[in-house]
Ligand binder design. Sequence first.
Ligand code: HEM
Length: 198
Amino acid sequence: MTATTKTIVGYTYGTSVVAPSPITMEDLAHLKETATFTTEDERWLRRAGAILADQAEEMVDTWRAVIGEHPFLAHYSANPDGTPNARYSAASKPRFAQWIRDTCERPYDQAWLDYQQEIALRHTRAKKNKTDDVDSAPYIPLRYVLAFVPVILLTTKPFLEKGGDSAADVERMYAAWCKTVLLQVALWSRAYCDAANW
Ligand code: HEM
């Protein structure tokens, strides 16, 4: 059964504990334009969400399998001695799966923008490990977040194809997915740089 957002530990979307993002809605609008992300893409993401919602946990497993094949990546969710930290992986998985649903279903409003910054911070020295109170690597280098984007993109198409839509419509959903993932990683880069260079 899919966890509801209320039961996901550490998922604080839309709550007062999430700090306002330093990124403005105008910055977001410009990034959307840069990525040519339109209301048409939003519409295709809604359809993608209907297809992906129940597959989200399986998608996360697919991504984690790629990380698991590479010890230097697995290191970032492991214990300090390199052994797997099952509690950490189990606790963060429903939040990762919820991100897929949020990406497709939520309006990209101030609450969404604020949570983008929160997700970013949870990859950095500022907040990694804190949500689940674990002892693991202190941050995930930006270079790996960026280089992981192709995995997040390419592995999603087979899941989209399971909805039975035409090949042309799958392409439209896939294009919208590519745009939003890149857009989000661009937003996350803010947590890694000083404002003067962002
Ligand atoms: C485009 C690439 C990536 C995406 C879209 C992504 C997405 C996410 C999301 C949505 C979460 C959950 C945030 C929350 O708590 O609500 C998360 C957490 C996490 N991600 Fe990533 N991630 C990416 C790259 C990576 C890479 C490359 C690694 C490791 C090699 C990684 C390791 C983790 C870990 C360990 C957490 C838990 C962080 C914590 O709260 O302590 N991620 N990620």
